[in-house]
Ligand binder design. Structure first.
Ligand SMILES: [Zn+2]
Length: 309
């Protein structure tokens, strides 16, 4: 059995936490945000989750050695990146939802991208021996492509977090440790922009859910009941009874995490050992005034649908 769990949603929704909790399951391997491998891993040589620069990490060196590159590894990564930028942009979403709308040139690029992804995923399964890959790439367009490519073998989890919490998180600066040659922070965004992006990402994924193509999970429920949530999710993917799923690494609001060779993600991807699982609800006190009203008004319909208000 070979399965992929793909965590999709807006950024700052807790995808790295979910990724790490799933990655500890027996027979599972987490890769972090796999769609970032071409730029952040192969080209920019940012840090792998193990702490080594990507190109020096033996785990990934073995996997990327088998990529079907006719040219140098850098040239191949640049070629895949060019195609990725076209097929994963927001404007491509209607084409991804309806193949009959695709111009020939778009289809050719999509085929090229799918070919690269198929080789990469096969290499991960072959070299790690894992039966389940956990990929927290998040981007809805990527989720649509992976679903088209792998069908029922990819289980998309739409992870949704209260838009106000996401907006507040995006106002905070956070250092990106994987950029090891200089100090660089994660991108910050104003609440208006976050509201627009949150609405778009969650609309596409809710449409996928309504079409029976993904399951939905609230970050807040994951944090509230991590052990039961992971057991239930894994049981759904493996088609087994949740009572038979062993989750020894989560107990009493704490997770015990080992090192993971993740390509990209939130800085908590580097954390190992005992990690408390706590709800980050600082926004409730500190996101106030116009900034709070704007996000609430823009996303009200979906906040209701996900039972946040
Ligand atoms: Zn590594």
């Amino acid at each position: 059995m070979r399965k992929i769990i793909l965590i999709a949603g807006h950024s700052r929704s807790g995808s790295t936490l979910l990724d790490r909790l799933l990655g500890e399951m027996t027979g599972f391997v987490t890769v972090g945000e796999l769609r970032c491998l071409w730029i952040r891993g192969l080209l920019a040589d940012q840090l792998c989750g193990c702490g080594a620069p990507f190109r020096s990490c033996g785990h990934w060196r073995d996997i990327v050695a088998d990529l079907p590159a006719a040219e140098t590894r850098d040239a191949y990564a640049r070629r895949v990146l060019r195609v990725q930028k076209v097929v994963e942009k927001s404007k491509a979403i209607p084409l991804l939802l309806d193949p009959s709308l695709r111009p020939r040139e778009f289809s050719d690029r999509l085929d090229e991208y799918k070919h690269a992804l198929r080789s990469l995923v096969a290499g991960i399964f072959d070299k790690t021996g894992a039966s389940v890959i956990v990929d927290s790439s998040k981007k809805p367009a990527y989720a649509l492509i992976m679903k088209e490519l792998f069908g029922d073998d990819v289980h998309v989890v739409h992870l949704v977090r209260d838009s106000r919490a996401v907006a507040f998180s995006r106002l905070r600066t956070k250092l990106r440790p994987e950029i090891h040659w200089m100090k660089k922070n994660m991108a910050v965004g104003n609440p208006l922009r976050t509201g627009v992006e949150w609405r778009l990402a969650n609309s596409v994924l809710t449409a996928m859910r309504d079409a029976g193509r993904c399951t939905q999970l609230r970050y807040e429920d994951l944090v509230d009941r991590p052990r039961a949530t992971i057991a239930s999710l894994v049981a759904g993917v493996l088609a087994v009874n949740p009572a038979t799923v062993q989750v020894p690494h989560i107990y009493g609001g704490t997770a015990e995490l080992s090192m993971a060779h993740s390509v990209a993600g939130n800085p908590m991807r580097f954390a190992t050992g005992k990690i408390p699982i706590t709800l980050d609800d600082e926004w409730e006190k500190n996101l106030t005034g116009l900034r709070r009203s704007v996000v609430t008004l823009m996303t009200r319909k979906q906040l209701k649908r996900y039972n946040f208000i």
